[in-house]
Design a protein around this ligand. Structure first.
Ligand code: SF4
Length: 433
């Protein structure tokens, strides 16, 4: 069989609000796809032809010929994925859907495809392929247990690297060190999608992936913020040792940025920080709005939380790892003062680079269920679920005020720096979700 994996397109800040395109941080979202497709592609049994189509780079054509189309997508891409699925089905082609959105809302994905994969795809993918080849696809596939990451083959990142072209050459590619998260932040899908137990990839898997990127001169980014939990830290240290050992052997692997939160930065010990620096990490992608420090600091203006947040940024500056702060507005405690509290904090702490996001009740998260129960959700256009649009009625302000506040944050933070920023080297760096 010929199998075409499709990564459907979605909008980020600058596409959703073209007035933001002049702020260079928006360009950083033209990044590589998540590793999901590459990892499932690696689980494909021998004897099948595989190709990858990134709909963001070249709009997908439903007239394309293949025996099976596999779409992997998260919520912001669901609108486009459903369009693609419908067009393929109209032409009588076989379509499988998987990834975060189909796993969270399988009943919504089902009408647009022949089969939905719920949860991790690798354990069931060989069966899906076998059933498709026999013309006997089942409506739903779901593994009975989490994937054993120690046995997974390295992801087929060659599919992504070979899809690069003029105007689309990401500098960073993501690497997944582990899956699962023991916490349950209100707005996060990860513990629901990947489970609460931290599981780690094998050294051989990680080494092969890092070498594949290094050979093409790519940096490697760690997008998960789960590596610093007490239960994961030992394995994460071992991973950093692995990176350093490869570097000593002459492999040009270099980590670029890492996802992290304020409480984690405040709890990092000096040895771990030194290890991070030694691997090349020069930026923290510092996600706010999920942890108690940022929620209390910007939502309630709590002096103790603001003090902790200030110490966090100071620590980043002291160790020479640039904080790229992601401010999230629209949490239940946020009021109209939140926007100015964020800007004042950024000014005082001399944050150089930031992004601003609208709180979004992603389907099947605790936030989603709570807002659904309270009848707060007024927009179910999935492409609007992209951290750039207000899709619910907030507690302490109108939806319009929150939307305007989000745009105001971008405008005010980058005021007078628009042209300068486009000249900077780091504008080419990507941040991946
Ligand atoms: S936001 Fe991070 S810490 Fe919170 S549940 Fe999600 S992965 Fe875990």
């Amino acid at each position: 069989m010929k199998i075409t994996f499709v990564y459907p397109s979605f909008e980020r800040h600058g596409q959703a609000h073209p007035e933001l395109l002049k702020y260079v941080a928006c360009n950083e979202y033209i990044g590589p796809p998540s590793l999901g497709i590459a990892s499932v592609a690696a689980a494909t049994p021998e004897g099948h032809e595989i190709e990858f189509w990134d709909d963001r780079v070249q709009p997908f054509s439903a007239d394309h010929q293949a025996d099976l189309f596999a779409l992997s997508y998260f919520t912001p891409a669901a609108t486009r994925a459903m369009e693609i699925g419908d067009e393929l089905k109209k032409r009588g082609k076989k379509v499988v859907m998987g990834g975060i959105f189909p796993s969270m809302m399988p009943e919504l994905a089902a009408p647009h495809c022949d089969a939905v994969v719920v949860g991790e795809g690798e354990p069931v993918w060989p069966q899906v392929v076998a059933d498709a080849a026999a013309g006997q696809l089942k409506p739903r596939y779901q593994a009975s247990a989490p994937a054993d990451l120690s046995t997974l083959k390295p992801p087929r990142v060659d599919l992504y690297l070979n899809a690069e072209r003029e105007g689309y050459r990401p500098d960073d590619y993501p690497l997944q060190v582990s899956r699962g998260c023991p916490l349950a932040c209100d707005a996060c899908v990860l513990p629901i999608y990947l489970g609460k137990k931290s599981r780690f990839f094998s050294d051989s898997n990680l080494t092969a992936t890092m070498k594949a990127f290094a050979e093409r001169g790519k940096l490697v980014s760690l997008t998960e913020d789960t590596s610093f939990f007490p239960g994961a830290r030992k394995s994460f240290r071992a991973f950093l040792e692995l990176v350093l050992a490869l570097q000593r052997e002459g492999v040009k692997v270099k980590l670029s940025y890492i996802g992290i939160s304020m409480p984690m930065i405040l709890n990092l010990d000096a040895t771990l920080l030194a290890q991070l620096k030694a691997t090349g990490i020069d930026r923290f992608y510092l996600v706010g709005g999920f942890d108690p420090i940022t929620r209390d600091a910007f939502g309630k203006g709590d002096p103790a939380a603001l003090d902790k947040a200030t110490r966090c940024i100071q620590r980043c500056h002291e160790v020479g790892i640039d904080p790229y702060v992601s401010f999230l507005a629209g949490n239940p405690e946020d009021d109209e003062g939140t926007f100015d509290r964020m800007l004042e904090f950024a000014r005082k702490t001399k944050i150089d680079l930031a992004e601003f996001c609208v709180s979004t009740p992603y389907p099947n998260t605790p936030f989603w269920h709570r807002y659904l129960k309270e009848d707060r959700i007024f927009d179910r256009t999935w492409k609007h679920y992209n951290d750039a649009n207000v899709v619910f009625r907030p507690y302490k302000m109108s939806p319009e005020r929150l939307q305007e506040g989000y745009l105001y944050l971008w405008r005010e933070f980058y005021k007078g720096r628009e042209t300068d920023l486009t000249q900077r080297d780091h504008t080419r760096r990507t941040i991946q979700f």
